[in-house]
Write a protein that binds this ligand. Structure first.
Ligand SMILES: *Cc1c(COP(=O)(O)O)cnc(C)c1O
Length: 426
């Protein structure tokens, strides 16, 4: 043993995992069981009363999923994490701990299209109101703060345009307002950006994308930064008030710097129910072992493809923060020095029709609604993921009619460029 702190790649392979104590299995087994036998009646009572940690029922926790949670908490530099069934489930569970009906949260306009829909429509039925701010204008966050604001939500690398968000000044706005900053770190992964290091209090992910990385399993996760004081001003009663369902304990007082992750598990996941399947936890854990290698290749390929497109006569513009000429290159060098990710957009001189044609003519790229696969993916947001937005909202969220989004995979970059070349000249 040494005192060395393990590096990122070592944590990606080992954090949270040990050989199975019963069988010696080196890879974390899939504990495909709904429930767990108690030692005796006292043990059962202490688990239910939150006096002891342990397994009860897979909706609340599972040993395979627990390894995934510990691993991602380590990679993000958080105190604890809670895995759930999808990225969208993570967003619901987080905000349910923070907002009461009539409360508000501020969200950056440049977001995954599904998040824009969730915030605008589904959350309205819970009585949660979203105020939109422009991630390129820090003042727009300040101006949106009201006495009912309970959180700020941004993406580190924003979907679909791959723009880099200036996290630190937005974290400062959140601190002044006395609310947590939630960062969706899906497109960056902790390999490229660790938002907690820049002032975020909570990190959420769609594990479906680069973390799982192989396009085979949905999942989501919530990481507690352990940085926020939930007891101040009784602003967050779920965390600061006695909980009748747990003998009157106060979550913040009892669990300290991992109180938020506990609240998400024992109040959110337990009652709302979006549990991750242990099988998906296993698939995603396996994916994470190669996260550093994959992200290096994703970023290297994305840069090469972006450079090729920037020099092509059919292309009007390329938005890739890894290009020296890009508007976000300075922020990319500050927040994501290892690479600007692998999801970006470009626009075609031929407009909407050219976008639709390109998508139809590509052969190696798959036309589908996902990102963060080993395979290269393409989509025309205006006719698909962002089609429900009106034209002005499409433009504001980076999905104008002439825009095509790519998610660059880990194939040989020469093959990706050849495919784009044939499709652009078809
Ligand atoms: C996909 C995605 C989500 C939603 O995640 P699901 O796992 O599909 O529910 C949220 N945020 C971002 C940035 C995404 O790419």
């Amino acid at each position: 043993m040494t005192d060395r702190l393990p590096g990122f790649s070592t944590l990606a392979v080992h954090a949270g995992a040990q050989p199975d104590p019963t069988t010696g299995a080196r890879v974390t087994p899939i504990y495909q069981t709904t429930s767990f036998v108690f030692n005796d009646a006292d043990h059962a009572a202490s688990l239910f009363g939150l006096q002891a940690f342990g397994n009860i029922y897979t909706r609340i926790g599972n040993p395979t999923t627990a390894v995934l949670e510990e691993r991602i908490a380590a990679l993000e530099g958080g105190t604890a994490a809670l895995a759930v069934a999808s990225g969208h489930a993570a967003q619901v569970v987080v905000l349910q701990q923070l907002l009461m009906p009539g409360d508000e949260f501020i969200a950056a306009r440049k977001l995954y299209g599904g998040s824009i829909n969730q915030f605008t429509h589904a959350f309205k039925s819970f009585g949660w109101n979203v105020a939109w701010a422009d991630p390129d204008d820090i003042g727009s966050f300040e101006r949106a703060v009201t006495p009912r604001t309970k959180a700020i939500f941004i993406e580190s690398i924003a979907n679909p345009a791959g723009s880099i968000t200036d996290i630190e000044p937005i974290a400062e706005v959140a601190r002044k307002a006395g609310v947590p900053l939630i960062v969706d770190n899906t497109l960056a992964t902790p390999y490229l950006i660790r938002p907690i290091d820049h002032g975020a209090d909570i990190v959420v992910h769609s594990l479906t994308k680069f973390l799982g990385g192989h396009g085979n399993s949905l999942g989501g996760i919530i990481v507690d930064g352990g940085t926020f004081d939930w007891s101040k001003d009784n602003k967050y009663p779920m965390l600061s008030e006695p909980r009748p369902e747990y003998h009157g304990i106060r979550i913040q007082e009892t669990f300290g710097n991992f109180a938020f992750a506990i609240a998400c598990r024992v109040l959110g996941l337990r009652d709302l129910g979006p549990a991750l399947s242990p099988f998906n936890a296993f698939m995603i854990l396996t994916g994470i072992e190669t996260l550093p290698l994959r992200m290096q290749k994703h970023c290297e390929n994305a840069k090469a493809v972006a450079e090729f497109l920037a020099g092509h006569s059919a292309v009007a513009s390329v938005n890739y923060a890894g290009l020296a000429s890009d508007k976000y290159n300075k922020l990319a060098r500050k927040y994501a020095p290892k690479g600007a990710g692998a999801v970006f957009t470009f626009s075609l001189r031929g407009g909407y029709d050219a976008g639709v044609n390109l998508v139809s003519n590509l052969k190696l790229f798959s036309h589908l609604a996902n990102v963060g696969d080993t395979r290269s993916l393409v989509i025309h947001p205006a006719s698909t993921t962002h089609s429900q937005l009106d034209d002005a909202a499409k433009v504001r969220s980076g999905a104008a009619p002439d825009v095509v989004r790519l998610s660059i995979g880990i194939e040989d970059k020469e093959d990706l460029i050849a495919d784009l070349e044939q499709a652009l000249s078809a």
